[in-house]
Write a protein that binds this ligand. Structure first.
Ligand code: SF4
Ligand code: SF4
Length: 187
């Protein structure tokens, strides 16, 4: 019979490096929220997200944009007095949302991440013009033209290449990518 896992256990299972303390050691002290440079873009603070996960409020936790607004700076992780890898939790929440397709439809991030991965898989490095369609149409008319204007200036100054450049030993890189375990292998 399949084991009924709590949401906190499901998230812990999706953390690639579960070197930190278990999520249930959270003191709700708020150091993570107070340290977070992206908190103003989040509808719930990192402290509240950890609290929701521990309280098994899966739907509420997944409805927040908190993990998607996370900038992966690791400030929270290094400062947490309970030694919880909060940045790792943010990645795990995003993995869960993408695997179960539970993210909000108006988020551009999942499309952006897929486009980023595809570009890196093919070229070995990122190529901004291929990433742009994943978010540029959500910026509104003014935002769209500002983005195009900015990108054109960067291209003219040689800061964005006109064509994608590829790394030298691309085959070796792709072999390395294939060694990354799939989600089925991780479960
Ligand atoms: S800093 Fe750590 S202990 Fe404090 S609220 Fe955040 S996760 Fe919990
Ligand atoms: S890793 Fe994410 S949640 Fe943690 S402080 Fe940085 S932006 Fe905030």
């Amino acid at each position: 019979m399949a084991e009924n896992l709590s949401f906190a256990q499901e998230i812990t299972n999706l953390m690639y490096s579960p070197h930190g303390s278990s999520l249930n050691t959270c003191l709700q002290c708020g150091t993570c929220s107070g340290s977070c440079p992206a908190v103003e873009f989040m509808d719930q603070t990192p402290r509240r997200l950890i609290g929701m996960i521990n309280a098994d409020l899966k739907e509420d936790a997944l409805a927040t944009n908190t993990a998607w607004a996370c900038a992966s700076c690791y400030h929270c992780t290094v400062r947490c007095p309970a030694k919880i890898d909060i940045a790792g939790v943010m990645y795990a929440v995003k993995r869960y949302a993408m695997q179960h397709k539970t993210y909000s439809e108006d988020l551009v991030n999942p499309t952006f991440y897929r486009a980023f991965k595809k570009t890196v898989d093919v070229n070995g490095r990122s190529y901004e013009p291929l990433l742009a369609p994943s978010y540029i149409f959500n910026l509104g008319v003014k935002g769209f033209f500002l983005e195009v204007q900015g990108a054109t200036k960067l291209m003219l100054k040689g800061r964005i290449p006109v064509l994608p450049s590829r790394i030298k030993d691309q085959k070796k890189f792709q072999r390395m990518i294939k060694t990354i375990p799939t989600k089925e292998e991780l479960l």
